[in-house]
Design a protein around this ligand. Sequence first.
Ligand code: G3H
Length: 541
Amino acid sequence: MSSINKSTLIFPSETEIPPLVKIETPIHQTEYLINGVLHNWSGDKQEVFSPISVRDNQVLSPKLIGSYPLLTEKESLAALTAASEAYNHGQGKWPTMSVIDRIKHLEIFIGHMQEQKASVVNLLMWEIAKTYPDAEKEFDRTVAYIKDTIEALKDLDRSNSRFSIEEGIIGQIRRAPLGVVLCMGPYNYPLNETFTTLIPALIMGNTVIFKPPKLGVLLHQPLLTAFQKSFPPGVVNTVYGEGKTVVSPLMQSGKIDVLAFIGSSHVADILKRQHPYPHRLRCILGLEAKNPAIILSDADLDNAVKECVLGSLSYNGQRCTALKIIFAHKNIVSQFLERFTQAVNKLKIGMPWEPNVSITPLPEPNKTDYLLGLVEDSIKHGAKVVNEGGGTVNETLFSPAVLYPVNEKMKVYQEEQFGPIVPVVAFEEIEEVIDYIVKSNYGQQVSIFGNDSEVIARLIDVLVNQVCRVNINSQCQRGPDKFPFTGRKDSAEATLSVSDALRAFSIRALVATKENDVNKTIVKKILLEHYSNFLNTDFIF
Ligand code: G3H
């Protein structure tokens, strides 16, 4: 049974915070970017407290790390006007710019962004308690994503720079932007997942309004000047504040052409319904998941344990791709649990900057209460916390709890816990697991652990029609970013990968003409004189 352990020593005193990560004075952000201008906000602000408490004698207090503007409907609509005017019904400077020139703006942005790495990484640690290596990885992965996006667009442009002739009609088919994009990322990857929609949206010629997630706001502040310096006015605009105040008016205006949202399906549904012309709204959504791991009786348990620990508990299990339930065959479940709990108990709990730390404070308010509730509900229905000390709460820290035997009566059997709880179910026949996956509301990924190619192959053929990625002897994950990332049912809408995202944020548009001398002469002159940014055969090197 979980207990409350008020050991405060795990949290630092001010003097124990390493100088390199220390926030000497809180960051009180007043700026917001609209129409290329960094405005100064003097209205209401939201204070930002870190999930990392600081100890003074034996008293822990949440550390105030800054504040950000709570904008109103007025500023939000000003951002919309700026984005709409910059797009100007597809006639603006940005949507009509040549691909190579848009790429140049992105390259300038990368340079400015890289100058801010240290500040962004530090704020990732303080705002959402991501470990230093993971925070650094999130930053570097995002920069790599932008560079890969540029290369993917060059490739796309190269293959689109030729003409096709079909049934006496000459055509050139390219991809054109869609309009104004609203980008909203999640708190667990506030930089990366916001940018994996924002960057492809921009590079395809759309204009953007972006709202950072509720947690993980300040880390975007060092990048505001980078956006301002790199893009024409109105191409990138930011809004901050309560969703109801700043997001609803945007959706209700009917002027958002694309909603790129990573978060819960509940919120996604509300936003979609607010749009007066749903047929005009394209949605690119990354939502919840409950990815299962299936440990077959012949699995290499050392590997299964290693991958399941990573898969279920990296960043405290706060990944949409995390393994959120483990089905282990009844013949090996005891062995698996013994090794798995040993490995879980070796995970170091501490502050995000500590070397080799794995489990860090949870940023969501009242998250430990929610997780304790799940544990208690499971215990009520017959499960136990099978690892020593599992489910212990210390302020915002929750030590990983391995629950066994989990059954369908427990909330954690269906609910996405998004935290350090690992439910384990024993199965006898594989049909029991398939039935769970078929009935699940989610359909993102699955991991199969086993050795028999024939058995694995039969499972693959069933599971690829249930989820969108089947991992063999490996944890579930989004990367490599060139692979498609999507899901079925309540898990996603549209596909993201470096190249798929370019398609998601654009539409095919073509120029066509009947093949006769007059038309050929007109087209040739347009090409020779470089009259058009769209109709051209330039090859981007
Ligand atoms: O939260 C969902 C992320 O897209 C997961 O990405 O699998 O690379 O951690 P990851």
